[in-house]
Design a protein around this ligand. Structure first.
Ligand code: ADP
Ligand code: MG
Ligand code: MG
Length: 887
């Protein structure tokens, strides 16, 4: 027969210690604490398996449970010497729910169960404290009526208020025994009135009522919603804990409190908590009275008068401090604790791993490893990589006042204040003058890159988490709030309206890219701290990591940031952003609009020294490390002139007529540019473009090698390849150019030629492509688009619905679709390696910074991941955790 009741306390344990799945978190740890000799009131746990069976059987309890529960009550009676329902020395219990993971929506705890009109008199006599007995009874009636009978609690609160008012009291503690007794009579009248029956006097009826209510709450609407949001299966069920009461409301030597073994917000090794004298249960958190500090230091720091527990109850405090240390040693983690003091005697009522901020998580992990409590590997495994994001950017000072006017998507973390500016040229100009600038756009496009760079933060009215603004902002480490639908932007008038307020160019605003909030005025920020614990944990992570971590970066500044964050190379250096530079764009346009090769070459000659300069700077910063450079990729229309004056400029530079230019521009128009004339298709049709870029790369590499002695390792990457032949043609251009440059300069350097795998065909034909390509870089942004047939620029309209309906578990542009896109990557890796065993494999999409996607890369044995500079530390930690999990 299955055992459904597990007893704990009084030197007895039915085992199951630590089995949270069976006993729930609370039950497992009560048994755990009792088993290491801590003072825990005796009790028993009805298992989660019972909850599951209860629902399977149509919400009835099996006959056998009665005997098991009776046996559990007998255990508590045996340890305490009290008797359940017997007036002479009545046993009171609490009934507490406890799922595997602590879960809002579950039934609230019922305290003092076992009191009735007779046992309350017995309790008063045996405790010698009438007031305490009647205080406990009124608490019980109110809680039971609220959480088990589900009566309107307002009536009870009102009755208490009136009772206090009549007496002229403000505090509950002023109420006397007779006051409470009178209130009990009122409470019982309310129950009879609302419930239609008198308050249950049979203690067994009380107990089964409460047990049934806990199991019933598992299917409450609140609990269901929480489970859905947190991926908790309904099959888990909750446990019920029945435990002897101990009383914090037995006068001034009694108290109740909550504590953390370390500071949960900063992580300092200092006990942290609050307590209330002569109080019970959740009085501390309920805010009925102001709680007192646990330690003297905390009281003094807060400038509070009421004595701390350390001062008011030094002996119990000493015991408590010992318990804290024992618990940390036993559970090897920071603990969040609930305790009660009954007439000077300490009782432990709960312990669990405490929630903490990212900062505290780091400090606690590093400290615990240094203290020898956990290993360095465990420290690495404990910090959530995604939470590091909070630490890598400036954040708003939590104490500063703020005036929030709108809310959008938290598209790129960090906070920034500055003047609102409505176009990129002005942003650049004002930034040069020394202003902090927030660029406000309906949406951004590649032409805004310079403005985004110059800005401290970016705010857009349209676009989702993977819109141009969001992706580029994350890449640059700029805070960004996107998709603020309520912003009415008037770019011409240089102003926006929202919520009846108007913001004009030059007005100061603040955005918080971690919450999506938009504020008027400036709010103080605090800078991130990257040394100390952060640096130590990263060092430990690097020791266990197998995957290399590179960065997606293309400006010297980004490369410096990436190296500072520990990048081991550049995994994706896009070249098109360099073309938008104001000094070059005319030459770029001249090249695109040229009628023939000769015209293109004239323009390319102007661009060559500029590109060479770009690469030389990057090679110098990344000396000795691999740098993957992607040859020109975007659809040409992105570079086309729009305004009349732009056409004029190009016409003048190229020496052709404006009309001819416009005709050519119209010819270049495409219906679906993302699937159009882009990627290696540009190189196939206009090889001279890739030739110029290859020349710039090799000339720069030779130049840097000569100057610094540390040769860079260029990896020339051809984008959007679908067939072996495409890559062969392009490799030929690149190799020929390399040979020519090396011959001219009299110096050779090592380089690789490879391709991005971003089309399903390329993944499938990877075996053939690897005959030519020496490396593959999975461009998972485009590979996701092309595999799913979903444009990421338009996905915002329906993708959330898809995630809500469980079609995709997560946004596939944020976390790799491991099942679909992942399978293509696996196929490509396998086929590629079969042809060329040492083919270098990495990913360079947004997914390179996503911990779940990184774990996938580890399982299939890729060589590296490449992430935006600010996500490099996250990737390092995630890669370490993936390696630990695999080991
Ligand atoms: P929650 O899951 O909401 O924290 P608990 O079951 O921990 O609910 O109960 C809340 C509070 O009730 C506890 O922190 C404790 O103060 C009090 N409590 C629960 N059981 C007992 C008990 N046996 N004796 C005294 N107080 C108790
Ligand atoms: Mg609670
Ligand atoms: Mg609790």
């Amino acid at each position: 027969m299955t055992q459904y009741v597990y007893r704990f306390g009084g030197g007895l344990s039915d085992g199951g210690q630590g089995d949270k799945n069976l006993l729930g978190g609370k039950g497992a740890n009560l048994d755990g604490m009792a088993s290491i000799g801590l003072p825990v009131p005796p009790g028993f746990t009805i298992t989660t398996a019972m909850c599951t069976r209860y629902y399977e059987d149509g919400q009835v309890f099996p006959e056998s449970l009665k005997a098991e529960v009776a046996n559990g009550i007998a255990h508590i009676e045996g340890v305490t010497g009290k008797k359940f329902g017997v007036a002479a020395d009545p046993l009171l219990v609490s009934v507490r729910s406890g799922a595997r993971a602590s879960m809002p929506g579950m039934m609230d705890t019922v305290l003092n169960l076992g009191l009735n009109d007779e046992t309350v008199v017995g309790l008063a006599a045996i405790s010698g404290d009438d007031r305490f007995a009647w205080d406990s009874y009124r608490r019980f009636i109110q809680m039971y009526s609220d959480v088990v009978l589900e009566l309107d609690h307002g009536a009870f609160e009102e009755a208490l208020e009136i009772a206090k008012e009549d007496k002229g009291f403000t505090l509950d503690t002023e109420m006397s025994a007779t006051d409470w007794q009178a209130l009990v009579a009122k409470y019982k009248a309310i129950v009879a009135d609302q419930w239609g029956k008198p308050f249950p006097q049979d203690v067994h009826e009380q107990l089964w009522g409460a047990v049934g209510a806990v199991f019933g709450s598992w299917q409450s609407e609140r609990a269901k919603v929480y489970r859905r949001l947190n991926d908790i299966p309904a099959s888990w069920g909750t446990a019920v804990n029945v435990q002897a009461m101990v009383f914090g409301n037995m006068g001034d030597t009694s108290a109740t409190g909550v504590a953390f073994t370390r500071d949960p917000s900063k992580g300092d090794r200092a006990y942290y908590g609050e307590f209330l004298i002569n109080a019970q249960g959740e009085d501390v958190v309920a805010g009925i009275r102001t709680p007192q500090y646990l330690t003297k230091a905390a009281r003094e720091a807060a400038g509070a008068k009421p004595l701390s527990m350390e001062e008011a109850m030094p002996e119990v405090y000493g015991q408590l401090a010992k318990v804290f240390d024992l618990l940390e040693t036993h559970y090897r983690d920071m603990q969040d604790i609930e305790f009660t003091v009954e007439r000077g005697h300490l009782w432990m009522l709960q312990t669990r791993a405490g929630k903490r901020t990212a900062k505290a998580a780091l400090k606690i992990a590093v400290d615990m490893a240094n203290e020898g409590l956990i290993t360095r590997e465990e420290a690495v495994a404990r910090v959530d990589p995604a939470a590091l994001d909070q630490l890598l950017h400036p954040t708003l000072d939590p104490n500063a006042p703020r005036d929030v006017i709108a809310k959008g998507l938290p598209a790129s973390p960090g906070a920034a204040s500055g003047i609102a500016v409505f176009d990129s040229d002005t942003a650049e100009h004002r930034a040069e003058l020394g202003d902090a600038v927030i660029l406000v756009r309906t949406e951004t496009s590649p032409e805004d890159i310079h403005g985004m760079h110059a800005a401290k933060g970016i705010l857009t009215a349209r676009g989702g988490m993977t819109s141009h603004a969001a992706v580029v902002a994350r890449g640059m480490g700029r805070p960004c709030v996107s998709g603020v639908g309520s912003l009415a932007i008037d770019a011409k008038a240089k102003s926006f309206r929202v919520a009846g307020r108007e913001v004009r160019e030059g007005d100061i605003i603040t955005i918080d890219g971690s919450t999506g909030e938009v504020m008027v005025g400036s709010v103080a920020t605090v800078e991130p701290e990257l040394a100390g614990d952060f640096g130590v944990l990263m060092e430990w992570a690097d020791k266990v990591r197998r995957l290399k971590v590179r960065a997606n970066a293309e400006t010297p500044l980004d490369c410096k940031v990436a190296r500072g964050f520990g990048a081991e190379g550049i995994g994706l250096c896009r070249t098109e952003h360099m073309f938008f530079d104001a000094a070059r764009i005319t030459a770029v346009r001249q090249m695109i609009l040229a009628e023939d090769e000769k015209g293109r070459r004239t323009a390319l000659d102007k661009l060559l020294p500029e590109q060479r300069g770009d690469f030389a700077q990057i090679f110098e910063i990344m000396a000795g490390l691999p740098v993957t450079i992607r040859l020109l990729d975007p659809p040409l229309h992105e570079f086309l002139p729009h305004a009349e004056e732009e056409f004029n400029e190009v016409a003048e530079a190229a020496g052709v007529g404006v009309d001819a230019l416009k005709r050519r521009a119209a010819e270049l128009h495409e219906f679906n540019p993302m699937l159009g004339h882009r990627g290696c298709r540009l190189g196939v049709t206009y090889p001279e473009i890739y030739e110029m870029q290859a020349r710039a790369i090799f000339e720069a590499a030779v130049e840097v090698a000569e100057k610094s002695g540390a040769a860079p390792i260029p990896e020339v990457m051809v984008p959007l390849v679908a067939t072996r032949r495409e890559l062969e043609l392009m490799k030929d251009v690149i190799d020929r150019t390399a040979k020519a440059v090396f011959a001219e300069k009299g110096r050779t350097i090592d380089y690789l030629v490879g391709t991005m795998i971003e089309l399903p065909r390329a993944a499938l034909k990877a075996g053939e492509i690897a005959e030519v390509g020496e490396f593959f870089s999975f461009g998972t942004n485009d590979l996701t688009q092309t595999t799913l047939g979903v444009s990421r620029d338009d996905a915002g309209r329906f993708l959330t619905t898809y995630v809500d309906k469980g079609i995709y578990a997560r946004d596939p542009f944020v976390s790799l679709d491991v099942e679909g896109v992942g399978e293509l990557i696996e196929i490509a890796a396998e086929r590629g390696r079969k042809t060329r065993p040492n083919v270098k494999l990495g990913i360079c999409g947004e997914h390179g910074g996503d911990p779940a996607s990184i774990a996938f890369c580890e399982t299939i044995g890729l060589d590296y991941v490449s992430a935006s500079p600010y996500r490099v530390p996250i990737a390092r930690l995630a890669a370490a955790q993936a390696a630990l999990k695999k080991a």
